[in-house]
Design a protein around this ligand. Structure first.
Ligand SMILES: Nc1ncnc2c1ncn2[C@@H]1O[C@H](COP(=O)(O)OP(=O)(O)O)[C@@H](O)[C@H]1O
Ligand SMILES: [Mg+2]
Length: 601
């Protein structure tokens, strides 16, 4: 007998199920995506025992015609694509035609469906799919019932976790699906208990309500709206202010044409945009929707379809980075005044409160004048600029917080200083508390960056040029982008097929690991079409300098100096957080004060 045999259909489906159906949540994903593809406006998800016993999805979509029912259960049968060209511009969530047969091969699956044209519905069991039976069905649409998942593949079943854990997976998937399609009403029931019941959202306000329900009050009230468009690309949605961050990357929703995806280019661009406003090791939170011509993105790269490939990933990277970076730099204090992330008494997700101010050196006049600036001359702005300079800036009223001034000065006016650490100020909403070290640090840092940016990055020749073996494409990059790279202070030249020489490096980074820096820059450049390594590394150094150059605790400031600092905070980009992502100020509203003293209760 021949050693090679054609596998039976059933086994082929079970092998495919290995890829597509990892756990109960993957079944829910495939089925709900089918409902969405069928244009459903209402989807009910009924789960029992973490999905092991029962998964039932009821939708009001177009339904499946009687003669298509058994086809729907056969492999490589789909209504969503017909030609190769369709594959190149996919508009639906599904297209591979393998979900239903795969699921059916590892469970007991049945379908009831009714189209608008028919009087009653039809039902089939996957076991004897050839024979649909008529059933009465009150509404148009499809109900798919999956019982006893993996009953016939015990090996697979062993890999499942507890019912609770499996349900948690379903619940987080549900959130994703509910965010991807705000206009669809969705319900999730577990063991006969309704966990979520979300009405269809027609308006923006209703959608925000859903967001609050799914991501929590605190997230929902520290949002920055994103709405950007360039040729062929649109980005809508929300990012959380940097002061609301997470210890895990769990509140990150990125949709490409309503499909949730995880993508290296995307996460890199977002990380870059948050670079420098986020506390070390924290993760930003966002819900973002990218719209892009389907021909510009390949969704056929992963069986579960949660990875994509952009045809022009550089353009996408650039667009995301710019849009978000811009929005984050633009946060105004007045936006923050009412945000819980800035309000006192709010459990603060982002901050390690054990941080103590460095109090050892109280010498404000120390000028850590950076020597790497062009011409070696001291920059017009000194890092350790004494706060006395603030007094020249402002001699206006101090405690007179008139309404008109409040519009101009959302942080209000200083009343007093506390323990040499905090500034107390009065504004329209109530009391503002400022951590003066943190605030000043951010201001100094932003100015340093500005200065470095305006003056350009100064390079410095290496005494002994460094020769590196690189890949051919990296060597080509060096050859073709030499000019571009020199803007970052890197003078590189191609020596041979796979060899380059490093001649000059940014003066600021002279103590860095040059080989690593150059390699990282080149690999970033190849992958994302640019690199922020130099900027990142020099920002780190500037940030340290800013920290040392800024006003220390225990320094007493005059009211004028304090007011000048408040005005600076208002005018400085990203001033809501210090360089380490800690908040620089907090609002304590009159209402919160009243609560403290039980006034009016
Ligand atoms: N809920 C549903 N409503 C309407 N049609 C459905 C539904 N679920 C599945 N179908 C039909 O069954 C076919 C096969 O589904 P599936 O195996 O998930 O493959 P795919 O979604 O990749 O086409 C779909 O192309 C669609 O025509
Ligand atoms: Mg499908």
């Amino acid at each position: 007998m021949s050693k090679i045999q054609q596998l039976p259909n059933h086994l082929i489906n079970q092998i495919a199920a290995g890829e597509v159906v990892e756990r109960p949540a993957s079944v829910v994903k495939e089925l709900v995506e089918n409902s969405l593809d069928a244009g459903a406006t209402s989807i009910d998800i009924d789960i029992e025992s973490g999905g092991l016993k029962l998964i039932r999805i009821v939708d009001n979509g177009t339904g499946i015609e009687k003669q298509d029912l058994s086809l729907a259960l056969s492999r490589h049968a789909t209504s969503k694509i017909h030609h190769l060209e369709d594959l190149e511009a996919i508009n639906s969530l599904g297209f591979r035609g393998e979900a239903l047969p795969s699921i059916a091969s590892v469970s007991r699956l049945s379908i009831i469906s009714k189209t608008a044209e028919e009087e009653h519905g039809w039902k089939i069991e996957a076991r004897n799919a050839a024979d649909p039976e008529p059933v009465s069905s009150p509404q148009n649409g499809t109900t798919i019932t999956v019982r006893d998942l993996f009953y016939n593949v015990p090996a697979r079943k062993k890999f499942l976790r507890t019912e609770r854990t499996e349900f948690n997976h379903i619940e987080s998937l549900f959130k994703t699906l509910a965010l991807s399609n705000p206009k669809v009403a969705m319900r999730l029931v577990h063991n006969r208990k309704t966990v979520y019941q979300l009405p269809a959202n027609a308006s923006e306000t209703e959608y925000q309500h859903r967001l609050k329900r799914l991501c929590g009050q605190e997230f929902a009230s520290s949002l920055i709206a994103i709405d950007a468009e360039v040729e062929g690309l649109g980005l809508q949605g929300w990012v959380a202010m940097p002061t609301f961050s997470r210890s895990q990357a769990d509140m990150q929703y990125f949709f490409v044409n309503q499909r949730i995806i995880k993508d290296k280019v995307v996460s890199h661009a977002i990380r870059q945009a948050y670079q420098d406003v986020l506390f070390h090791g924290r993760h930003p939170a966002f819900v973002l929707y990218l719209s892009i011509d389907p021909r510009q993105v390949d969704v056929n790269v992963h069986p579960q379809k949660h990875e994509v490939r952009f045809r022009n990933s550089r353009q996408v990277h650039d667009f995301l980075y710019r849009s978000l970076h811009h929005a984050l730099a633009d946060i105004q204090p007045e936006q923050q005044v009412n945000s819980p992330a800035f309000a006192l008494n709010t459990a603060h997700a982002g901050v390690d409160t054990t941080h103590t101010l460095q109090q050892e050196s109280i010498n404000f006049e120390t000028t850590a004048t950076p020597r790497y600036y062009r011409g070696e001359s001291a920059p017009s702005f000194k890092v350790g600029e004494p706060l006395g300079a603030y007094s020249q800036l402002l001699n206006g009223p101090t405690t007179d917080a008139a309404a008109s001034k409040d519009e101009l000065h959302p942080l209000g006016f200083a009343i007093a200083q506390l323990k040499g650490i905090y500034i107390l100020a009065e504004n329209e909403a109530g009391l503002v508390l400022v951590d003066m070290h943190a605030a000043h640090e951010r201001i100094v840092y932003e100015r340093l960056k500005q200065h470095t940016f305006n003056e350009g990055i100064i390079s410095q020749p290496l005494l002994v040029p460094l020769t590196l073996n690189v890949s051919q494409s990296e060597a080509e990059l060096v050859e073709n982008q030499a000019h571009e790279l020199s803007r970052y202070g890197l003078k590189l030249e191609r020596l041979s097929h796979e060899q380059i020489r490093v001649r000059e490096i940014p003066a600021l980074l002279k103590n860095a690991d040059i080989e690593k820096l150059v390699r990282d820059v080149l690999s970033d450049w190849l992958e994302y079409g640019q690199s922020q390594r130099v900027e990142e590394s020099s920002n780190e150094i500037l940030s340290t300098m800013a920290c040392h150059g800024s006003v220390r605790a225990n320094r007493s400031l005059s009211i004028e100096e304090m007011n000048a600092l408040l005005r600076d905070i208002e005018q400085t980009e990203r001033s809501g957080q210090c360089n380490h992502g800690r908040p620089t100020w907090k609002q304590l509203s009159l209402e919160q004060l009243d609560n403290l003293f039980l006034r009016g209760q």
